[in-house]
Design a protein around this ligand. Sequence first.
Ligand code: KIV
Ligand code: ZN
Length: 517
Amino acid sequence: MSDDRVIIFDTTLRDGEQSAGIGLTTQEKLEIARQLDRLGVDVIEAGFAASSPGDFEAVRTIAREVRRPVIASLARCVLPDVDAAWEAIKDAERPRIHVFISSSDVQIMHQLRRNPEEVMEMAIASVERAKSYCDDVEFSPMDATRTDIEYLYRMLEAAIDAGATTINIPDTVGYVMPWEFRERIRMIKENVPNIDKAVLSVHCHNDLGQASGNSLAAVAEGARQVEGCINGLGERAGNAALEEVIMALETRKDHYGVETGIDTRQIYRTSKLVSDITGFMVQPNKAVVGANAFRHASGIHQDGVLKERTTFEIMDPQSIGWPSNELVLGKLSGRAGLRARLGELGYNLEQDELNEAFEAFKSLADRKPEVTDADLSALMSSQRRIADIPSVFRLEHIQVSCGNHEVPTATVTLTDPDDREVTDAATGTGPVDAVYKAINRLVNVPNRLTEYRVDAVTEGIDALGDVTIRIEKDERTYVGRGSDTDIIVASAKAYMNALNRLLATQDTRPTFDVPTS
Ligand code: KIV
Ligand code: ZN
């Protein structure tokens, strides 16, 4: 690879999945991996194969199905972990084993409870074991930014001698400042004699809000791989947000003078998909992908942008695939128009998917005459939710009565996998509570609702409402999302989505708790 090419290493499915409250199925991970492939990332860290059978399965599936990017599995510097990583990725077109071990005194003493020389030996033995399986081996000294620098030099040199082809410098606890990190990278380049035999990579956490800045400072000093997650997901405060790093490299090419292999027009869609699947909302003022990232509130700014976009915009929203809010389709639009518009937004559908999307579009256009790109992207998200989750129970009908002098009452009809219908009613403290209680009476799967959120997809009184909920059962969290012009219906869809996810993990075949018709 040329000297001015930065490798983009995505760890949304590994470090990102370690975010508290995220638990993805193999299918969901595969879908994200496919989108990361479209985005053009060079490396996908698909998981930590030895950590659980579920992770192993997900890594193996992605390794078999996603063929262009390098597929990596993480492994601790213990031989059975390395063996499991290889087992999981060996069918990949381009496999990589990524081994890591603590290198700072505080972690060596208190977490590993070993001495530094033993740790050095474990690192070397693991790199050698990984190398016996595949050429592409990455080594990370965990907590490198708080590691004694002389020890770090020795460890990096030994890892490269043992066969590591990428040397990653993690700021595991998000401790350093950009100028300190840049200096550490400079010193590593100067003092590790064989460093030119490996790609120098960085992996920054965001505890002090410096993750993207630290990654970019390292690139300015010659690092040529950046690790991060979409939407800045990851342990604690997260990792460097890849969309920020990529757009900074792109927008400030004059400064960095480097290239990536990323198709930036896929950024918005990737961010949306990750947010949809994880249920982790993107904060509105988030750089690059937040809802307000290209919104101008001040009159002076609006005036400027109308006269010349670049007066107040340093990035073109279209360059990241931002959907417009202009009317694009209406009630009379046909299948071909829908297919063409969806294609422009990056959704290339098979005929049966198009038929389903068209049905959903017609139903939306009946209620919302002006359908925008943002509506279409919300519609595609909800179609995906329906397609992805095995629909154990389906929502057929819902009717609610409420008001300031009424007891909120909901009547709900569901169907089961054998198409049997059941109806029940319940009252609640509000209409959503009544709907959820009616559904609970029918399905009877005890769970705890831990989060309920409703967002408007677009502006205006007829906007689609997008509901996200989280439910918990047996210490596992299940996310559910649903959108509709009616937020009570959207809430019911979100609950059914979460319940179906939960039911899909149960061993017993679910049935209704009441007589069916
Ligand atoms: O933050 C970290 O140090 C890591 C390593 C495993 C690379 O995630
Ligand atoms: Zn990390």
